[in-house]
Design a protein around this ligand. Structure first.
Ligand code: GDP
Ligand code: MG
Length: 162
């Protein structure tokens, strides 16, 4: 049984793109428009000789009414079944009410959390990532799931908590 890392966050922040980046292949479905149900969400991954299971979340995103509560609820379920959590935030948007709700859930769960500040595609977006220190989850790791920027440091942080 491998340690489980749950990937949580709002629709469209780039969770599935980041999962594919970590896997090094396109298995998780990336959607320009959120809302299609996916049943397969668990993938085996490895980094620096450490193996773990990645659980992508999503597929429940069709109804945007009460989004914050729904994302928080989904995070709660994913976290319950995980050893650690990767919270993905779109750094270009910043933290919203949804992130605040998810952070409350994560605090209660008491499991290790790694914070990915995604969509930091270039140097000038680095400052967007710094703003996410305000979530109180420690260091935000700036990454571009799309281009691969920062993914090595993020993975080092992930295996350190698994
Ligand atoms: P999910 O709903 O959180 O799983 O998000 P997806 O992985 O499906 O991505 C949503 C959209 O964001 C897609 O159009 C992706 O191509 C885009 N995206 C994901 N990561 C990045 C990134 O690092 N930079 C940019 N510019 N776009 C990204
Ligand atoms: Mg997705």
């Amino acid at each position: 049984i491998l340690p489980v890392l749950a990937v949580v966050g709002r629709p469209n922040v780039g969770k599935s793109t980041l999962v594919n980046r970590i896997l090094g292949r396109r298995e998780a479905v990336v959607e320009d428009v959120p809302g299609v149900t996916r049943d397969r969400v668990a993938y085996d991954a490895s980094w620096s000789g450490r193996q773990f299971t990645l659980v992508d979340t999503g597929g429940w995103e069709r109804d945007v009414t009460g989004l914050a509560a729904r994302v928080a609820e989904q995070a709660e379920l994913a976290v319950a079944a995980a050893d650690a959590v990767l919270l993905v935030v779109d750094a270009t948007v910043g933290a919203t009410d949804t992130e605040d709700a998810v952070v409350r859930v994560l605090r209660r769960a008491g499991k290790p959390v790694v914070l990915a500040a995604n969509k930091v595609d270039d140097q000038k977006a680095e400052s967007d990532a710094l703003a996410l220190w305000n979530l109180g989850l420690g260091e935000p790791y700036p990454v571009s799931a799309l281009h691969g920027r920062g993914s090595g440091d993020l993975l080092d942080a992930i295996i350190a908590v698994l």
